[in-house]
Design a protein around this ligand. Structure first.
Ligand SMILES: *Cc1c(COP(=O)(O)O)cnc(C)c1O
Length: 482
């Protein structure tokens, strides 16, 4: 019953041979999974009741056989989830980490890096500065710019908006502007900051789902008249629904004129800046005061890897730095950076290593090409949809996303039936395991949606999925080809 092993070591230790054996077995498992990923269902799940039956139990007081524990993880837990990196996982925003990034994650954990302060992580902190400077230069932010790696885009949006508030001198009754396509995490960030939903303005968008800037100007003027304090304008660089990007240069100009903070949510789309096409779409992003990026989306990193970039790191640090007595040893002057001063976390993992290792081992060109390839596949999907009689395009291919539905025109299906039909098509495809898809609503219309962002996805993966939509729709409509 003692927690001390016979040789006097803690019961929390394992002997070296056992450590190696378990570690090698885990690596083999992960590589095997990668090799067979496309053959597995793109999604598996289960009900609460089913999973409870499988997994609910108290914590064992005594150790169990390690191999048996791993087997349970492999068989009962890990497979019952979306395979987000499956080549036909097109739902939400997919993620497909590179192998060097997975190893970087493991190394950072294995070396137990604490990256809150320079004192405790000089090399890793310098590496985060290096990676932040890569991002800064890709976004063409000025030399004063920099950033911080976060748990994700939600945390980055929160850090960005809190920075805006501190920069503005913490005014009473601040107002935040985003489009009707703005991400829910911005609204949550506002709530966390104590900005109630009545002061989060959802500005309407045009036909291309870009913020209506005349409406933005009107809203700002109206709020000033009402004695409120317009604080920040949030632009989209890749809206999650449709991939839409706002007119960032014009938005930046309005923000400057109005002395507002200009935040750009480029969580999923931002790394498209590594392509010529993305660079053109994001014209004006370099004028932003802060930019959210999610390397765990289109930069092929494991969860959780988000990032907030700012135009002036002093403003970011001014918003977050607090130096309590018990950290006095960690105050190392201006030159060394304590990353805890740039956001929410004191204890932070070493997130920069996986990014750095991926780019070093694979080269940036491979990232540029993978992102371009995703955009090309989405465009090819759009062409297929346009050419088909039964499929109707609802949102053109934009930054890897394409929105459509099954709607043979001669059947004149009413909106309610159309929604039910498309929902059933999606359920059928997801249920079959062929592909994972998610739906959205565009101006009220139920839409199927493909988000093509995986470096493993091929045209065959995309076209097989589109054909499955057509086949399922035809079958559900009653057998005969419409
Ligand atoms: C995913 C996403 C977020 C939220 O990021 P998380 O990493 O999920 O917290 C915010 N904005 C946009 C545009 C996104 O695509």
């Amino acid at each position: 019953m003692s927690s001390v092993a016979p040789n006097g070591r803690s019961g929390l230790e394992m002997d070296a041979e056992h450590m190696r054996r378990l570690g090698h077995a885990v690596v083999d498992r992960v590589v095997d999974r990668w090799l067979t990923l496309g053959e597995a269902p793109a999604w598996e799940g289960g009900t609460r009741r089913e999973l409870e039956t499988l997994l609910a139990e108290g914590a064992p007081e005594e150790p169990r056989d390690a191999e048996a524990v791993l087997t349970r993880a492999y068989e009962e837990i890990l497979p019952k989830a979306g395979r987000i990196d499956h080549p036909r996982f097109f739902a939400f925003i997919p993620s497909s980490p590179t192998w060097p990034s997975v190893l970087g994650e493991f190394l950072a954990t294995g070396f137990n890096i604490f990256q809150g302060t320079w004192l405790e992580s000089a090399g890793p902190s310098q590496l985060e500065l290096v990676v932040m400077d890569w991002f800064r230069s890709w976004l063409e932010l000025p030399e004063s710019g920099g950033g911080v790696l976060t748990s994700g885009g939600s945390a980055a949006n929160l850090v960005g908006l809190v920075t805006a508030r501190e920069w503005a001198g913490n005014p009473p009754e601040p107002v935040i502007y985003l489009s009707d396509q703005g991400h829910s995490s911005l609204e949550r960030a506002a709530r966390i900051m104590g900005v109630p939903s009545e002061r989060v303005r959802r500005i309407p968008t045009d036909d291309a789902f870009r913020m209506d800037l005349a409406a933005l100007r009107d809203a700002i003027a109206g709020d000033r008249e009402d004695g409120l304090h317009p604080l920040a304008v949030c632009g989209n660089a890749g809206a999650t629904n449709t991939g839409a990007t706002d007119a960032l240069d014009a938005m930046a100009a309005i923000a400057r004129e109005e002395s507002l903070w200009f935040h750009v949510d480029a969580a999923y789309g931002g790394f498209a800046i590594l392509t010529q096409e993305g660079k053109e779409a994001f014209r004006g992003i370099q004028e932003a005061d802060s930019i959210t990026l999610d390397p765990h989306k289109w930069f092929f990193q494991p969860y959780e890897t988000g990032c907030l970039m700012v135009r002036d790191t002093r403003v970011l640090e001014g918003a977050f730095r607090i130096m309590p007595e018990y950290l006095q040893d960690a105050a190392l002057g201006e030159e060394q950076v304590n990353f805890a001063d740039r956001g929410i976390q004191l204890t932070r993992g070493f997130r920069a290593l996986k990014i750095w290792m991926s780019v070093q081992m694979l080269g940036l060109l491979a990232f540029r090409e993978a992102i371009q390839e995703s955009m090309d596949l989405a465009r090819r999907a759009e062409a297929h949809i346009r050419a088909s009689r039964e499929l109707e395009l609802l949102g053109p291919a934009t930054l890897g996303i394409v929105c459509f539905r099954f709607n043979p025109p001669e059947r004149r299906i009413n909106p309610v039936d159309l929604e039910a039909l498309n929902q059933s098509i999606q359920d059928e495809i997801v249920g079959s395991g062929l592909a994972m898809m998610s739906s959205t609503r565009l101006r009220g219309a139920f839409s199927l949606r493909l988000a093509i962002m995986n470096y493993r996805s091929t045209w065959e993966d995309v076209s097989t999925t589109l054909q499955a939509v057509q086949a399922a729709g035809t079958r559900l409509l009653g057998g005969e080809r419409p």
